[in-house]
Structures are given as C-alpha cells and as structure tokens.
Design a protein around this ligand. Sequence first.
Ligand SMILES: [Zn+2]
Length: 194
Amino acid sequence: MKTAIKIVLFFIFYTNASFSQLIIDKKEGFAIMRKSSYKFPKFFREFQYINKTESRIKGFNFFRDNNAGSPAKASKDGIIHLNVSFFENTPVDYEDNRLVVVLYHELGHLYYFTNNTNDNNREDNEKFAFEFSLKRTKNLALFGDCQPLKTGLKYMQQRSLSNDLQDQHVRALKRMMNGPIVKSYLSFVEQNCH
Ligand SMILES: [Zn+2]
C-alpha cells in the first residue's frame, strides 16, 4: 500500500516538474542571454568571461521554468543550467549584481565537484559555493565594483535567518554567517566599499 502511494506521489511530482521546466535549445539560450545583456551587463560580461576561462565548465544548458524555481544550478558533469525565465521576466528581488553572485555560486559547485569526487555532503557543497562566490566577487570589488559582493552578503545574511532547516543552503549559511570567513568579507566591505 505504502509503495502504491509513493508511486502515485512520484508521478504527481515528477510530471509537474517535467511540465514546468522546458528545455531550451542551446542556440536560443545563448540568444536570450545576449538579448538580455543590456539589462544584465555585469552578468553577461562574467558569463562570457568564465565561459572562456574556466576549464571546469563543460557547457551551459538552458531551461524555462515559469514557476520561477531558482535562476541556475550546476551538475556534476560540469554543466551550468540557466533558467531563462529569470532573464526574460526577472523577479523584483533579482537584478544584475545578484545574478553575478548566483553565477559564481554555480561555478563554485563545479570546483567542489572536481575537488571532492567522493564526497556527497550537500551542505558542505553549498558552503563551498557561497564562499567561492564571495571570493570571486571580492575580486570584482578589488577592481572597483563592490556591488556584487555587497549584494551577495546581503542575501546570504537574509537567507541565513530562515527556519527551513531542510534546506541545505540555509544550514550552510547558518554555519557561515558568524564565522571568520564571512566576517573577513564584511570588514573588507566596511573598509573598502563606500
Ligand atoms: Zn548551491
């Protein structure tokens, strides 16, 4: 009986997921990125930059999920999957700086996957990805643009206050936010960003 219920639930969720997420042809995906570059100039610049320079990136895939979901994800095969809905109908709390942070977060996952091939600790993986995004956006700050770093810290702080302990992002952020690494970025911002 229990198995039957599980099977039914599996089909309900599985079919919902496959209906709401539409895979987009790569050419069209890149065209959507280019088209939205006037709205997201920093994101587009970093997207092109890492596409050329990061050997861990094996490619980009694109999908459209009008139920929103999240703007991007990374998979073990070196692919970064971008949700074009976030570039076409951008939710109000997403903008250029935040999408730059998301992009580096996903690249962080690719670094984690290659450095920890036998480790499947999703919370550690998220922690690594968040810290990686701080490291890379600090580089942008050193070149004169503090906004992505400040934006990343702001949203990490906000999300760390969530009570959803099922979410590995939240658990990772709760571990991080009062730790020395985040503190060092906060004091960097305090000293260098005005
Ligand atoms: Zn993540």
